[in-house]
Design a protein around this ligand. Structure first.
Ligand code: MN
Length: 285
């Protein structure tokens, strides 16, 4: 199942190039508990139980071509956006040789030495909202990554069954301002976390470690690799993250970028593609 959030907070299932509107199921059947709300995203938390109704509604629903809608982030309310650094060997090498990337005090170590990092959830947008470059005199780079969306509460889970805690996958852009400040600070301006164009549920991607992906900017190829090149696989990332903090439904792991990171400027258009997920255009302004 491919679930999207689009236009004015509508919800849809994507099938064969069309968005089938299932907003009524979310409006009528999502249970909203009394305040204080639990941490995490309510829709992702209830996705398994709502899935039959969503699928049934989509069968006869009004539909729009995917090119005719504005895609928001398929996850509305994650409690955390987690980043995995230096997870592709060729990117780790390019980062060490680039003084603007290696200026960061923790650059150059292994993933385990660096640890995971957090991006502010206020940075999260969908592809159609675009990326607004902050401080245009500084360098803002794209980092194309597989986005992993947690489906249920995970605390100190084992790597052997960590993928059972994954709701699905989406294309992620871990946008970053280069420079010496703490990584979390530079990766957290509004719009610097892009997720889209939809969530592909984990049953459709049994092996997240074998996906081709690529990014162009204004039609020029910048990044291309396969997730099998990852140093630390998805299951290990989920387990390791959950050993430090509890993961909640809707939490997002941006699982690291490959070689070819580079600058974007206002007016550019990024196009990202991921095998088994799809493609998305992200304007830069
Ligand atoms: Mn990254």
């Amino acid at each position: 199942m491919r679930l999207c959030r689009f236009d004015d907070n509508r919800f849809g299932l994507v099938r064969d190039g069309f968005v089938h509107d299932v907003t009524s199921v979310v409006r009528d059947r999502l249970r909203v508990p009394p305040y204080p709300l639990p941490q995490g995203d309510l829709l992702i938390a209830q996705l398994d139980e709502l899935r039959p109704a969503l699928e049934a509604q989509a069968d006869g629903a009004a539909k729009l071509p995917v090119d005719a809608v504005r895609f928001l982030s398929p996850v509305a309310n994650p409690s955390k956006i987690i980043g995995t650094p230096s997870n592709y060997p060729a990117h780790a090498s390019e980062a060490q040789q680039d003084p603007q990337i290696s200026a960061y005090q923790h650059a150059g170590g292994s993933i385990e030495q660096q640890g995971l990092f957090l991006k502010a959830v206020s940075a999260l947008v969908g592809p159609s909202e675009g990326v607004r470059v902050r401080f245009p005199q500084r360098r803002t780079d794209h980092e194309l990554e597989l986005g992993v969306v947690i489906g249920r509460r995970a605390a100190e889970v084992a790597e052997s069954n960590a993928l059972d805690y994954v709701a699905g996958y989406a294309i992620a852009l871990d946008m970053v301002i280069r420079g010496p400040e703490d990584r979390s600070f530079r990766k957290s301006p509004d719009t610097y976390a892009v997720l889209g164009p939809w969530l592909v549920t984990a049953d459709e991607i049994p092996d997240p470690g074998a996906l081709d992906f690529s990014l162009t900017v204004n039609g020029e190829l910048r990044q291309a690799a396969n997730t099998r090149d990852m140093i630390m696989g998805i299951a290990r990332q989920v387990a390791w993250a959950s050993s430090f903090y509890t993961l909640h439904p809707g939490d997002i792991i941006m699982s690291g970028t490959c070689q070819g990171v580079g600058r974007v400027l206002p007016g550019d258009c990024m196009e990202a593609a991921f095998e088994r997920i799809g493609r998305m255009q992200v304007p830069v302004y």
